[in-house]
Design a protein around this ligand. Structure first.
Ligand code: NAD
Length: 487
C-alpha cells in the first residue's frame, strides 16, 4: 500500500485536550502547509484561564487516580499499551504530522512514530526498576532517600519533530508518576493531540496527559509561570529558553530541563574514510532540510583533504525529489514557513557578502512550498554569520585546519555546545578530541542518534540544561526526600 495520501481528506483536531476530552476553542492563528503554501485553517490559543484549568485538571487527576502512588508495574503496563497504540496508529499519526510539518510521509512511520513508541517502552521499563535508597546511618536509625514525582510537569515542544519531541517529554514524565500539560508548537499541534487521546484509550487515567494549543507568548508564558507546575520541560530555541528562565525566575522557583539550539561541528581528519564522512555530513544537513537541533552544520576539515571532501559533498547535496510531504516519493523537505525560508536566505546572502564562496545552492527553490537549496559555503571566517548563527536550514559551512589544536579551536562555538562529530581512523585521537569537545553528545565515525535510548541527549553552554532520553530523563522527572528515623 502506498504511503501517499490526500491532505484535504484529513479531519484535523482543532481543540485542546483536557481531562480526557477535546475542548473546542476559537481558532486564532493562521497556519499554512509548508509543502505547497496552501492555507491550513487556524489553531486556537489557550489563554491563562484555560491553562489554569488544564493544570488544575492535571493535578487533580495525578492525585485522585493514584498514578504517582500506584504499583509502578501498573504504570509500566499502561505505557506499554500506549506505545502499542501509537505504533498501530502510525499511519494516522504520520498523516496528521506530515500535513502541517516538514516531516515526510516516507520517513514518519518508520522513524518518528516507531522510535517514539520504542522510547516510551524504554521509560515504561524504568518505572519499576529505579527508586530511592536506604543509606548508611547509625544502627539505631534508618536513613531513607524517598523518590517522588513532581505532580504536574509543564512541557513545551518545537515544530521540527513534533511526535518525537512529545514522546521525549511525555514518556519519562508519565513513567515517573507525573501528570503533564503539554503545549506543542503552534505550527504543528495535530499529531500531539491524537497521541494524548490514545493515552486515554491505553488506560492512562484521563487528565494525566493534557494538550493546550497556543503560542509561546500567551500560552507558553502562562504554562511555565504557573505556580502548580512542579517542573518545566522545554525543547526549542535558546532565545525562548532564556525567556522561560526569566519567566520562571519572576514567578517562582522550579527545576527546568531545557533542550535548546545548536551549531554543531563535524571534524574530518585526513586519515578518515572520506566517503563515509561525506555521506554522514550530507545526510545530517539534508535530513528534514537541516531543521534538526543536532544538524552538523559546520564542517571542519584537515586542509590536505578539504578539496576532496568538498567535491564529494557537492555531489551528495542534490535534493532527491523535493515535493509535498504527503507523497511517498518525496525525499527532501521544505522549510517550515516562508519566514524561515527567508531567514535562511538572509543569512546565506550575508555570508556571501562577508566572503563566503558558494560551492552549491544558496537560493530558494522554484517550487510552490518553502524549499531552499542544499547549500555549501567555503572560505568562511570564524565571524561569518553562516558560522555563528543557528540557521536551521540545509546550509553547511566548510572551514579547513592545519593541526588538531586548530580544529578544536574552530569547533568551539562561543554560544552552543549541543553535539559534534569526529571522523578519523585513529582511536587515540578520536578519544583525545572527544574529551576536549565542548558538546553534550559526540559521534565518532557516524553522525546522528541510534536506537540506544539509554544515551541521554542535552547541551553544553547555551544549548541547554539537563537531559532528555536515557536514565537521566526519568530521574529529572522525580525529586528526592531525605528521611531519618530514630528507631
Ligand atoms: P521556538 O523556541 O521558537 O519554539 C519552541 C516552542 O516554544 C514552541 O512551542 C513555542 O510556541 C514555544 N515558545 C516560544 N517562546 C516561548 C516563551 N517565551 N515561553 C514559553 N514557550 C515559548 O523554537 P522552534 O522554532 O519551534 O524550534 C526550533 C528550535 O528548537 C531550534 O533552535 C532547535 O535547535 C531547537 N531544538 C532543540 C532540540 C534539542 O534537543 N536540543 C530539539 C529540537 C529542536
Amino acid at each position: 500500500m502506498s504511503l501517499s495520501f490526500d491532505p484535504d481528506s484529513l479531519d484535523l483536531p482543532r481543540a485542546h485536550f483536557i481531562g480526557g476530552t477535546y475542548v473546542k476553542d476559537e481558532g486564532a492563528l493562521d497556519l499554512s502547509r509548508p509543502s505547497d503554501a496552501q492555507p491550513l485553517g487556524t489553531v486556537p490559543v489557550a489563554n491563562a484561564d484555560l491553562v489554569d484549568r488544564a493544570v488544575e485538571v492535571a493535578a487533580k487527576a495525578q492525585r485522585v487516580s493514584g498514578w504517582g502512588a500506584c504499583q509502578p508495574r501498573d504504570r509500566t503496563r499502561a505505557l506499554h499499551r500506549w506505545a502499542d497504540l501509537i505504533e498501530s496508529h502510525a499511519t494516522e499519526l504520520s498523516q496528521l504530522e506530515a500535513v502541517a510539518s516538514t516531516r515526510l510521509i516516507s520517513q514518519l512511520p518508520a522513524i518518528d512514530v516507531a522510535v517514539t513508541a520504542e522510547q516510551i517502552r524504554f521509560f515504561a521499563e524504568m518505572a519499576d526498576k529505579e527508586g530511592g535508597d536506604l543509606v548508611p546511618t547509625r544502627d539505631d536509625q534508618l536513613g531513607l532517600i524517598m523518590d517522588e514525582p513532581y505532580g504536574v510537569v509543564g512541557a513545551i515542544t518545537p515544530w521540527n519533530f513534533p511526535i518525537s519531541m512529545a514522546g521525549w517529554k511525555l514518556g519519562p514524565a508519565l513513567a515517573a508518576g507525573n501528570a503533564v500539560v503539554l503545549k506543542p508548537s503552534e505550527m504543528t499541534p495535530f499529531a500531539t493531540l491524537r497521541m494524548a487521546e490514545l493515552s486515554v484509550q491505553a488506560g492512562i487515567p484521563a487528565g494525566l496527559v493534557n494538550v493546550v494549543q497556543g503560542d509561546g507568548f500567551v500560552t507558553g508564558t502562562a504554562l511555565t509561570g504557573h505556580p502548580d507546575i512542579g517542573k518545566v520541560s522545554f525543547t526549542g530555541s535558546t532565545l525562548a529558553g532564556r525567556a522561560i528562565m526569566e519567566n520562571v525566575a519572576r514567578t517562582g522557583v522550579k527545576p527546568m530541563t531545557l533542550e535548546l539550539g545548536g551549531k554543531s561541528p563535524q571534524i574530518v581528519f585526513a586519515d578518515a574514510d572520506l566517503d563515509l564522512a561525506a555521506r554522514c555530513i550530507a545526510g545530517s544537513i539534508m535530513f528534514n532540510a537541516g531543521q534538526a537541533c543536532v544538524a552538523g552544520s559546520r564542517v571542519i576539515v584537515e586542509a590536505k583533504v578539504a578539496d576532496a571532501l568538498a567535491a564529494k559533498l557537492v555531489a551528495l547535496m542534490q535534493p532527491q525529489n523535493p515535493g509535498p510531504s504527503w507523497l511517498a516519493e518525496t525525499g527532501y523537505s521544505p522549510a517550515i514557513s516562508a519566514r524561515q525560508r527567508d531567514r535562511i536566505d538572509h543569512i546565506v546572502q550575508a555570508a556571501i557578502v562577508n566572503g563566503a564562496e558558494v560551492l552549491c545552492g544558496a537560493a530558494p527553490m522554484d517550487l510552490p512550498g518553502y524549499f531552499y537549496q542544499p547549500t555549501l559555503l567555503f572560505g568562511v571566517g570564524a565571524r561569518n554569520p553562516a558560522v555563528t548563527e543557528e540557521i536551521f536550514g540545509p546550509v553547511l559551512t566548510l572551514q579547513s585546519f592545519a593541526d588538531e589544536s586548530e580544529a578544536l579551536e574552530l569547533a568551539d562555538h562561543p554560544t552552543y555546545g549541543l553535539a559534534a562529530g569526529v571522523f578519523t581512523r585513529d582511536l587515540s585521537r578520536s578519544l583525545r578530541v572527544t574529551r576536549q569537545l565542548q558538546a553534550g553528545t559526540v559521534w565518532v565515525n557516524r553522525y546522528g542518534r541510534s536506537r540506544d535510548h539509554i544515551l541521554p541527549t542535552g547541551g553544553y553552554k547555551s544549548s541547554g540544561i539537563g537531559k532528555d532520553l536515557g536514565r537521566a530523563a526519568y530521574h529529572a522527572n522525580r525529586r528526592s526526600k531525605s528521611v531519618l528515623i530514630d528507631l
